[in-house]
Design a binder for this molecule. Sequence first.
Ligand SMILES: CC(C)(COP(=O)(O)OP(=O)(O)OC[C@H]1O[C@@H](n2cnc3c(N)ncnc32)[C@H](O)[C@@H]1OP(=O)(O)O)[C@@H](O)C(=O)NCCC(=O)NCCS
Length: 184
Amino acid sequence: MSAHYEVKLRPLRAADLPRVVRLEQELFGSSAWTYGMLAEELGALGRWYVAAEPVRLYAAGPQELIGYAGLWFDGDVTQIMTIGVDPQYQHLGIGSVLLTALIDRSRQIGASAVLLEVRVDNDAALAMYGKFGFEQLGIRKRYYQPEDVDAYTMRLELTDDSATDDAPAAEIRDAAVPDEPGVA
Ligand SMILES: CC(C)(COP(=O)(O)OP(=O)(O)OC[C@H]1O[C@@H](n2cnc3c(N)ncnc32)[C@H](O)[C@@H]1OP(=O)(O)O)[C@@H](O)C(=O)NCCC(=O)NCCS
């Protein structure tokens, strides 16, 4: 499978945060991260955040981002901190492009595994992580507040080089996201 919508990945920047705050509210409702939380995340140690911009050949200037994702590397494993796609552009392969970038980055920096938490009722995300080979580890009771919803913990081992071989091939430009100061 290839992405049905072409995107370009680039580092997420502080200037993107107002847009990300709007998307967070749309995607995560009452558990959305605030501007302050996002700003702290971007500047925190070991973090790596990417933005997905649409590729529109005749558009002038930078495009409004339609997806974002980030991880935290603690020196051993990476933890997916967030991943979100504008509802108008979901199920077009953009989430897979972002997740592929996070997994590739995890490999590059020598992580042994990728971990994440996901709401037990988040069918789309669960299906996506399953396609990429993530396995369910356990359950964190009432992890999401104030909604009071449980989370599954999931893990993708990176020691096996074939782990992402079955992952969707994403149509993507500028897939190598350059480092920027402050980005792990
Ligand atoms: C989860 C999310 C990031 C996926 O992004 P996306 O761009 O829609 O994902 P893709 O188009 O790459 O789809 C990858 C796979 O995810 C699953 N999927 C995506 N949307 C789905 C939907 N509406 N229903 C069921 N499965 C879905 C499918 O398995 C899909 O593979 P397929 O295209 O072969 O069917 C997106 O739905 C989203 O932003 N959700 C809200 C935020 C969120 O829940 N983030 C995850 C927090 S853990």
